[in-house]
Design a protein around this ligand. Structure first.
Ligand SMILES: C[S@@+](CC[C@H](N)C(=O)[O-])C[C@H]1O[C@@H](n2cnc3c(N)ncnc32)[C@H](O)[C@@H]1O
Length: 365
């Protein structure tokens, strides 16, 4: 369990992460080291992502307690690093043992990271540059649907030399920023027009339910930027509900695609969804793609599979540089950005880059 917690901390907030990630790193370090937290995590079935679920439960209970002063508020700064946090959160876990255990039993860990739209946008720009048809975004595993509004956000890509490219409505309430560590993502002059949009999820999340919203907010890593963009994106998604279909993506995909206007180019988007599909389902998905009798695109942002140190393949079956496999084995889990195009039943795939799981950086091939 301690290892799992350290792996999450390494992926989200490695030693070179910005200072604002200190609370995320400190939370998972405490889960890895403090008995009161380790005991709680050990009681959670492994497939329910114990360290992440427990960190969310702590964040959910923090408001109104002394611990709350460490947590950032939407639009606010990151409270400063406090070396006493580990001992404090351990004492909190002892005092709230039963409530935390109940929360972990009643909830699933549900990550909705709107920042991943910054990984998807350059891929959509490439698709729009290659094909004149209007784009229809089908967001698979959409959760709360934040990825469905990606044309309504403002994006800034900062290169390490200090230069930057921006796109989107400058007055947009959702502002996504990411550092480009290498390469040059094709930031378009204008966001491609999204002619139709539909989300698919086995368990769509209703943001109009205050309890659902509060739990999702608790699942966001306690980093000022992440908390602010989640609050803005969830407010926008509440104000502009998009069509969402409930069901297993493998079962509903043919009907969903048939419901999209025939003149649109279907762009399936999956961010951190296919990584959780068992190999047989990944295979089934792949066969579906070429058997639907329709041109389409599949943009994926997913860690290598099988999730963990043995990972070496992308969910799209594309080859990645050896260095990515090595870094993944050493704990540096990143999302591989890939594009699969299907034209006249023929499938062609390209690895486009990789990205931080919380969308802090990306590298373009
Ligand atoms: C880790 S979350 C990612 C949510 C969002 N795409 C993001 O990147 O923030 C995975 C989502 O996929 C959904 N999901 C998992 N398996 C699915 C399936 N077979 N069919 C439809 N949705 C699925 C889950 O319910 C969850 O909302």
């Amino acid at each position: 369990m301690a290892e799992q917690a350290r792996a999450v901390a390494d992926a989200w907030s490695p030693p070179d992460a910005p200072e604002s990630w200190w609370l995320t790193a400190a939370t998972f370090a405490a889960i890895a080291e403090e008995d009161a937290l380790l005991d709680l995590a050990a009681a959670i079935p492994p497939d329910r992502l114990p360290p992440l679920l427990l960190a969310a439960a702590v964040g959910f209970l923090a408001p109104g307690t002394d611990l709350a002063r460490h947590y950032p508020q939407p639009g606010g700064p990151q409270p400063p690093r406090d070396p006493a946090f580990g001992a404090e959160v351990a004492a909190f876990a002892r005092d709230h043992h039963l409530d935390l255990a109940e929360l972990c039993a009643a909830h699933r860990y549900q990550m909705n990271e709107v920042g991943r739209s910054a990984d998807v946008l350059p891929a959509l720009a490439l698709i729009a540059a290659d094909d004149d048809r209007p784009l229809a975004v089908v967001d698979l595993g959409t959760g709360a649907g934040l990825g469905l509004h990606l044309d309504r956000y403002h994006y800034t890509y900062r290169a390490t030399d200090g230069s930057s490219s921006s796109v989107g409505d400058p007055t947009a309430p959702v502002r996504l920023e990411c550092t480009v560590r290498s390469g040059a993502p094709p930031v378009p002059a204008r966001i491609p027009v999204i002619a139709d949009r539909v989300g698919v999820d086995v368990e769509p999340l209703d943001l109009t339910d205050p309890q659902v919203l509060a739990w999702l907010a608790a699942c966001v890593p306690p980093e000022a930027g992440a908390v602010t963009r989640f609050a803005a994106a969830s407010a926008l998604a509440r104000a502009m509900p998009a069509r969402t279909v409930q069901g297993n993506l493998l079962d509903v995909l043919p009907d969903v695609i048939a419901s999209v206007p025939a003149d649109a180019l279907v762009c399936l988007v999956d961010t951190y969804v296919h990584v959780f599909l068992p190999p047989a389902e990944l295979q089934r998905f792949d066969s579906l793609l070429t058997g639907l009798g329709r041109d389409l695109e599949w943009v994926s942002v997913d860690p290598l599979v099988p999730l963990g140190p043995e990972a070496r393949a992308t969910v799209q079956g594309l080859e990645v540089p050896d260095a990515w496999v090595r870094e993944n084995r050493d704990g540096g889990v990143a999302g591989v950005i890939g594009r699969v195009s299907v034209r006249d039943g023929e499938r062609r795939g390209t690895v486009l880059g990789r990205a931080h799981p919380g969308a802090a950086w990306l590298e373009w091939q």
